[in-house]
Ligand binder design. Structure first.
Ligand code: SD4
Length: 333
């Protein structure tokens, strides 16, 4: 064990040192001993991405405080931004694709290792709940597009119009300004929601839901509905979720990577930092790229790290709900 730990420490020092010229801004103080997964007792808790996570956490926290389980908590937590027309990156009110259609990606993972997901789904207010039905009522993990819509309608979900006037006029403005797609994952400080909960039994579940990158190509699917990319939960180890430019997260399977780092004894903070470092090593980082990771281990320790400044996450525990600025690697140019 000691050997493994010192190896991890050493490899961390090497990778941080390699990245120093890129301006290593700040990293939380952790030791890999703190990544120990020994659990005595953990208070129920909820963590989620961005400031809209605060309201989502409240809803999820209520479920936990009423004795509910982590799976119900994550589903009901993310219902809040999914139904909020002011949140331009999730569900109703989400910015559309290049043809003006709102297309949604969402997934959910349960403590028993089951997972469900929908991608490129249109017209449904709560894609996370369709993902849960895929998990619970089918032998599949992912349903996409027309098939996902048919499944939703067959299962009693109603068809709704997700394109608000505000989102439509943003799309028209984008068209008028030349309709050039540019990944922009940090705009207005709210984005995809990834939410993870630990319930009173110490069980973990997670959900991730988004309308994806604004004005994306029709048919584009991001990281959020892909198990291991936008979200990964292992009830013995911990869970992680991602926000930002999905293509970068997909190419490095960021959430799975973080959970594997934690499995090997890394503190969630270090694990998120390492996943960002991995991304800078294996993905071409362009000047507008943002990626943020958020993780928690089985013992309730939280970590977060972003490629660039601006990522925030919300932490709810024992009735307290706070918004935290994530540490990050690079300043915007
Ligand atoms: C995507 N990861 O579709 C999502 C978008 C997002 O912050 O999280 N933006 O690529």
């Amino acid at each position: 064990m000691a050997n493994r730990r010192s190896f991890i420490k050493q490899s961390l020092i090497v990778s941080v040192a390699t990245l120093l010229p890129l301006k290593f801004i700040k990293a939380a103080e952790t030791s890999d001993i703190e990544g120990d997964l020994t659990v005595d007792s953990v208070q129920p808790m909820v963590i989620s991405t961005w400031s809209h996570g605060l309201q989502a956490n409240e809803a999820a926290g209520k479920v936990l405080e009423a004795g509910g389980n982590a799976l119900d908590a994550v589903e009901q937590g993310v219902w809040v931004p999914e139904a909020d027309p002011e949140v331009e990156s999730v569900g109703l009110g989400g910015l559309p694709d290049s043809e003006g259609n709102v297309t949604l990606d969402a997934c959910i993972m349960a403590p028993n290792g089951k997972a469900g997901s929908v991608a490129y789904l249109q017209h449904i207010l709560h894609p996370v709940s369709v993902a849960r039905k895929v998990m619970e009522n089918t032998p599949h993990v992912i349903l996409t597009g027309e098939g996902a819509l048919k499944f939703a309608l067959d299962n009693g979900f109603e068809k709704v119009n997700l394109l608000t006037d505000k989102a439509k006029s943003a799309w028209k403005q984008w068209k008028a300004s030349g309709a050039r797609y540019a990944p922009n994952a940090n705009w207005e400080n709210h984005d995809t929601i990834g939410l993870i909960a630990i319930d009173a039994s110490g069980d973990l579940a997670g959900a991730c839901t988004t309308s994806g990158m604004a004005f994306k190509h029709p048919g584009r699917v991001g990281d959020s509905p892909i198990i291991g990319a936008g979200l990964f939960v292992d009830n013995k180890v911990g869970a992680a979720t991602a926000t930002g430019e999905g293509e970068a997260v997909l190419k490095t399977l960021g959430s799975f990577l973080i959970v594997e780092f934690m499995r090997n004894g890394m503190h969630p903070q270090r694990a998120c930092e390492e996943a960002i470092h991995r991304l800078t090593e294996s993905v071409l980082v362009h000047e507008n790229m943002q990626v943020g990771y958020l993780a928690v281990n089985k013992a309730g320790k939280v970590g977060a790290f972003a490629l660039r400044k601006g990522f925030q996450y919300a932490v709810y525990q024992q009735g307290e709900n706070r918004l935290v600025e994530s540490a990050y690697l690079l300043e915007w140019k």
